[in-house]
Design a binder for this molecule. Structure first.
Ligand SMILES: NC(=O)c1ccc[n+]([C@@H]2O[C@H](COP(=O)([O-])OP(=O)(O)OC[C@H]3O[C@@H](n4cnc5c(N)ncnc54)[C@H](O)[C@@H]3O)[C@@H](O)[C@H]2O)c1
Length: 292
């Protein structure tokens, strides 16, 4: 193992740390905000709808939280949020680039997905993460803090019938990995969050909302890997991961071997998927409903 020429970076003390969270009104964002507040952090919570952000912050005293409407596709919204944090508290220690959308309310193939979906998913999940990181980085570096980017196990599992989403999650993983190296000389850190299936609105499509997507997930993911977890588990894992400045947060942890062995698992699982008759029939059904 190569020794770092830089001094060890101490763990991040969340007490009074200022943490910015995008997608804060969603399932994971809310759970993370709740846990960070419990550990003493001050929060800047952002989402599209201000009323939803305020609802997410309803148990947090008003002097510990700033609630703002912000669209991550608009860089100026992120700049305004950073300015609000600096104005109120003079610092920003952690940026959690978490907002994201699915590829839609149904499963679709690359051939059948509606025009514009790919562009929209890229705008929120990739450009939105970029905007969040770019807007927050100067303040986070100044504070020798931490940047955390929400990717997904879709960064490394096969993205069939979900390619736009999977593509963005692989892309943001690369931003996080590059950052991890680039910010080291500043005494700061960066990490990537890889949730498996989590019980939130974004996952509804794969758990009942679209029967074909549900059947495909059931077929493609082995037993425990398709069992959704409660967002509170992600809240705890994220807070632990930020405190420990971890490069990777895998939650649930049963995904760790799949990720670690991806060079072997991926070609093997791709081969299994493309030779599964029932699965390929379901994929054809997905496509034929678009044409009908
Ligand atoms: N739930 C899962 O199974 C799962 C698994 C892996 C990764 N993720 C990722 O976790 C993150 C959080 O998702 P979640 O599960 O809490 O879903 P969610 O739908 O409950 O929350 C997503 C939040 O992002 C917000 N958002 C969407 N577009 C936005 C925009 N343009 N600007 C600002 N906010 C916007 C939504 O309003 C919503 O509140 C996402 O990046 C998602 O891709 C979720």
């Amino acid at each position: 193992m190569t020794r770092s020429p830089f001094p060890t970076i101490p763990p991040l003390d969340l007490h009074d740390a200022v943490v910015l969270v995008t997608g804060a009104a969603g399932g994971i964002g809310r759970a993370v905000a709740r846990e960070l507040h419990r550990r003493g952090a001050r929060l800047v919570l952002l989402d599209l709808d201000l009323a939803a952000v305020r609802d997410a912050a309803r148990d947090i005293p008003s002097d510990r939280v700033i609630c703002l409407a912000a669209d991550v596709t608009r860089r100026e919204d992120l700049d305004a949020a950073v300015a609000a944090a600096l104005d109120a508290w003079g610092r920003l220690d952690v940026a959690f680039a978490n907002a994201g959308i699915s590829s839609g309310n149904t499963a679709d193939t690359v051939a059948s997905v509606a025009d514009g979906v790919f562009e929209r998913v890229i705008a929120v999940n990739l450009q939105g993460v970029w905007n969040t990181v770019r807007a927050t980085l100067p303040a986070v570096l100044e504070a020798q803090g931490h940047v955390l980017i929400t990717s997904s196990t879709y960064a490394y599992v096969n993205g069939m019938v979900n390619a736009p989403y999977a593509a963005t999650k692989a892309a943001v993983e690369q931003i996080g990995r590059a950052l991890r190296v680039e910010v080291r000389g500043h005494g700061a850190t960066a990490g990537v969050l890889y949730p498996g299936w989590v019980r939130t609105p974004i996952a509804d499509v794969a758990f009942g909302k679209d029967p074909l997507a549900t059947a495909l997930v059931d077929k493609a993911f082995p037993g425990p890997l398709k069992r959704p977890i409660d967002p509170s588990r992600v809240g705890t894992a994220v807070a632990d991961g930020i405190e420990q400045r971890r490069a990777r947060i895998q939650v649930p942890r049963r995904w760790i071997p799949v990720s670690a062995l991806r060079g072997i698992v991926n070609p093997a699982s791709d081969a299994v998927l493309r030779s599964d008759r029932r699965l390929l029939d379901l994929v054809r059904e997905v496509e034929s409903r678009r044409r009908s």
